[in-house]
Design a protein around this ligand. Structure first.
Ligand code: PRX
Length: 556
């Protein structure tokens, strides 16, 4: 079926927080997005204060802020309890010498403590660096060393994966269990440090096609963008139960798992444990989840489980959103038929701080499209000269600068930062897309070698560097191989050193080597041994594109 033959899905009737997109888009000013936030009245800004404390001060302290579910375990906290906990963590951090601007990392599973730790770091003016819970030693070390982190909040299991001696800047490790236990000396004092809008608050490491992961720094000014998109795109209302499945170590998990929903005073769900269709459906039914934000790979996995969903009452779901990788129309039709709810694709990046292209609940969906520009956002599809191309023509997906969510810097790497802005007045995403006459944007592919597996951004360079540390490997080229469920899987082409023979055991050992040092999701699912790798004649650089072309042709 070609995209033009696909059926448009009209909006479901109902009250939406953004009832008239075309009209609002014409008049919207980013200043409007500050209305409702306390700094707009007081002039004092801290995103952690806006996220939690504001609601307590406004008299909503007794509302449930979170439900935590892990197996049979259930914990719920009110906004007042979350505030008190962040104050408590803040006091402990201050007692341990943390000051404004310090980089404090958080390495915890998806638990309430992870969310509270992140907020408490930001509350006292430091910069939080949340790490994905499945990272192994090298991934932890590279990120903390890059920005000279001075303190880490982790737990007594995960600390096993922290190579302390290789992180010279790391002065203190605090265990969440100990912070929780040590409540003596708590006061009613508040620990908020008022910040400049340009001060840093969060650093997320993300991969590109070259070099090690880069630290994308968000500033406190991001707050209005996250607040407004939570209101309009997530469409949060007072009685909603909201569940984002991503871990706060990824930008979706921090921005739309923590900040945007809590800025809009939503009751959120935090789910520990691994993906299992039955558990997910059970959770939706039990907690009556009404808004659900996840990723295409998860939806495809659920779809492949067939009728399992018929055993659960999923009627509480009223709004579903997706992000991170192309959302195929089949998945949208599946949800529409089985759940009677549309899936709203959204597009943004770690660097952009919040949504840029969105499908809104009150607007029609064109399956295959990521939606239209968020009010206040101007999208441009550019050619190689930086000129806007004709509608319907594929080009580089760019966004007019600035907007409040836009990253402040790439930590310690001005050249990399500048590379996003090579065309005057535009932010260049690195994605290729086209836009139709009605402004809908259609993703085509990446413009570089970055891999997207299950919506997670994987840099081939990081995997290749690890592979060649293995004694059997002389050279390695890593690509994303198309995959029906995961979008892409990591595939490595390697040349063995003399004296090493290919065997299933050796390939398994190599896989485990990457998994144990970096993380399971970046370990090559497939490894192919080659006599040699294709290279450029002049610089001898490995041609990943040739490998990919070859792989795709082979698959027919
Ligand atoms: O290639 C695009 C893809 O994910 C990249 C951004 O990855 P990351 O910074 O990890 O952020 C992911 C979640 C915000 C983009 O450059 N991507 C993101 N959303 C979509 C997408 N690809 C297709 N459709 C989307 N909706």
């Amino acid at each position: 079926m070609s995209l033009s033959q696909l059926e448009i899905i009209e909006p479901v009737s109902g009250e939406h927080n953004l009832p008239n997109y075309p009209e609002v888009r014409r008049h919207f000013d980013w200043e409007d997005a500050k209305i409702g936030l306390s700094f707009n009245e007081t002039g004092k800004l801290n995103i952690a204060y806006e996220t939690i404390d504001r609601h307590v001060h406004d008299g909503h302290g007794d509302k449930t802020a979170l439900h935590y579910v892990n197996g049979d375990e259930r914990i719920s906290y009110t906004f007042k309890e979350v505030k008190e906990k962040t104050d408590h963590y803040a006091r402990v951090l201050k007692e341990n010498g943390v000051v404004k601007g310090d980089r404090v990392f958080v390495f915890l599973p998806k638990t309430p403590e992870c969310y509270i730790a992140i907020l408490s770091v930001i509350k006292i003016g430091a910069i939080a660096g949340p790490l994905f819970e499945a990272f192994m030693e090298d991934a932890v070390r590279d990120r903390m060393n890059d920005c000279n982190a001075s303190l880490l909040i982790t737990d007594k299991d995960m600390v096993e994966r922290v190579p302390k001696e290789d992180i010279p800047s790391l002065e203190t490790i605090l265990f969440a269990e100990d912070i929780e236990a040590e409540t003596d000396g708590d006061t009613v004092e508040e620990y908020v440090e008022w910040m400049d809008p340009e001060d840093g608050m969060l650093i997320h490491y993300t991969s590109g096609s070259t070099g090690k992961p880069k630290g994308v720094l968000h500033a406190h000014r991001v707050v209005s963008h996250q607040y407004q998109s939570g209101k309009w795109v997530l469409d949060i209302k007072d009685d909603d139960v909201y569940w984002c499945t991503s871990h706060p170590g990824w930008v979706t998990g921090s921005v739309y798992g923590l900040f945007a929903p809590w800025l809009n005073r939503a009751t959120i769900v935090i789910q520990g444990g691994r993906f299992k269709a039955e558990h997910w459906y059970k959770l939706i039914a039990e907690l009556k989840v009404s808004i659900w934000y996840s990723a295409p790979t998860a939806f495809r996995m659920l779809l492949s489980q067939g009728d399992v969903l018929k055993d659960y009452d999923l009627s509480s779901l009223r709004h579903i959103l997706s992000v991170g990788e192309p959302l195929n129309p089949e998945v949208i039709y599946w949800a529409w038929e089985e759940l009677g709810v549309r899936i709203h694709d959204t597009w943004w990046m770690t660097e952009t701080g919040a949504h840029l292209v969105v499908n809104l609940p009150g607007e029609k969906i064109k399956p295959g499209s990521m939606g239209r520009p968020f009010p206040g956002v101007e999208v441009g599809i550019l050619d190689e000269a930086g000129e806007i191309v004709k509608r319907g023509t594929t080009g580089q997906l760019a966004v007019r600068t600035p907007w409040p969510g836009l990253m402040k810097e790439i930590w310690g790497n001005k050249d990399k930062f500048d590379s996003y802005f090579k065309y005057e007045g535009w932010y260049l995403s690195g994605d290729l897309a086209y836009q139709d006459e009605e402004d809908y944007v259609f993703f085509q592919s990446r413009d570089d070698d970055m891999i997207n597996s299950s919506g997670e951004r994987i840099g081939p360079f990081e995997v290749e560097s690890k592979l060649i540390e293995h004694e059997a490997i002389q050279e390695a080229g890593v690509i994303g191989k198309p995959d029906k469920v995961r979008g892409e899987i990591v595939k490595a082409f390697i040349v063995l050193r003399e004296g090493f023979e290919q065997s299933p055991e050796l390939l398994q050992e190599i896989r485990v080597f990457v998994r144990n040092n970096l993380a399971a999701h970046v370990a090559p699912k497939e490894i192919e041994v080659m006599e040699e790798l294709p290279k450029t004649t002049i610089s001898g650089k490995i041609l990943r594109r040739e490998l990919k072309k070859w792989e795709i042709e082979k698959a027919g």
